[in-house]
Design a protein around this ligand. Structure first.
Ligand SMILES: [Zn+2]
Length: 320
């Protein structure tokens, strides 16, 4: 009996990540056994080349996430300068309210975020360190305590000096489409980019606690899109979680729409009544900016957001 054993490759990567106490170990072994097959030298060589190419492709697919993890771990370990810490303490109010350990975690996330995402100034705006830190700090607030992908579909953040104008195709009640120009302070694209008005980012950051925060809003849309569509349902961990989420959010959304229609006072902006995706983004703003008020008005909704974001802002100092 002829037996050929072709070992294509052995890839052994052992990486220990102290972050969140997660230890990772990956070992990939490719081995193929061919029994009772009569092959000549050329066929054998062809088969070996074919399997080697296949093995390399598989190794790249499996190896990329491991390399990404190692690279991010390297960035997370970079020292966070005193100047940056002072800047956040003085200019990003929500940072001051965080418990010490969350501050440290946020600093690590900011390092990764700034290393991976590109900032581009538009409309004559020069991007400064202040702009990058202000945006990154609030974007990374949504990643705390989570096994995050760091907004995997996002690569570029475009920043305009003020609100920007975009053309939009709108449909009236008769179903007729027309073009109109909308003035926006922020916009999240499903793939690749977020657009922000620096004037509005600065204003919302300075008035933390007002309930409005364009950075939290647009980055919540990015999280919403992680499961493939932007519909108010982000990536959850189980079927049961999706069922509970759908029930609680549907109920709260209907209540909010009714309040908006009646002009009734509510902790959330009426803009959340536009559709479920906007409701999730607006609820995220209020969850971090007015957690106790949201908890009082929409207790179950608050609980779902607390489970999803893995933090409880109502326990942070000076929360309203
Ligand atoms: Zn929105």
């Amino acid at each position: 009996m002829k037996q050929y054993i072709i070992v294509l490759g052995l890839i052994s990567e052992e990486a220990t990540r102290s972050f969140f106490g997660i230890k990772r170990y990956a070992q990939v072994k490719f081995a193929f056994t061919i029994n009772n097959i009569s092959v000549n030298q050329h066929q054998m060589m062809f088969l070996t080349i074919l399997l080697t190419i296949g093995g390399v492709i598989i190794a790249i697919i499996i190896g990329n996430p491991i390399i990404n993890d190692l690279r991010r771990e390297h960035w997370r370990r970079q020292p966070f300068s005193t100047r940056w810490q002072q800047f956040l303490e003085q200019n990003v109010p929500i940072y001051r309210h965080l418990p010490f350990l969350l501050k440290q975690q946020l600093q690590s996330h900011i390092q990764v975020f700034l290393a991976e995402k590109q900032f581009i100034g538009c409309g004559g705006l020069d991007i400064t360190e202040e702009m990058k830190l202000t945006i990154a700090a609030q974007a990374c607030l949504l990643l705390l305590n989570r096994n995050t992908l760091y907004y995997k579909d996002l690569s570029v953040i475009l920043v305009y000096p003020t609100a920007f104008i975009v053309p939009r195709e709108v449909k009236d009640n008769a179903g007729v489409y027309s073009q109109e120009r909308q003035v926006l302070e922020g916009e999240s694209w499903a793939i690749g980019k977020i657009i922000l008005s620096w004037e509005d980012v600065k204003q919302d950051t300075d008035s933390f606690g007002s309930g409005a925060n364009v950075v939290l809003h647009e980055f919540a849309h990015q999280l919403d899109h992680e499961q493939g569509s932007t519909n108010g349902v982000p990536l959850l961990d189980s079927k049961a979680s999706y069922i509970t989420w759908a029930k609680v959010f549907s109920q709260a959304y209907q209540q909010h729409c009714s309040k908006a229609a009646r002009g009734e006072s509510t902790v959330m902006d009426y803009y959340g009544a536009k559709n479920p995706a906007e409701f999730f983004a607006v609820a995220t703003e209020v969850f971090f900016e007015k957690p106790r008020l949201l908890k009082d008005e929409y207790g179950q909704l608050y609980e779902q957001l607390r489970n999803y974001y893995h933090v409880d802002p109502s326990e942070w100092s000076r929360a309203t």
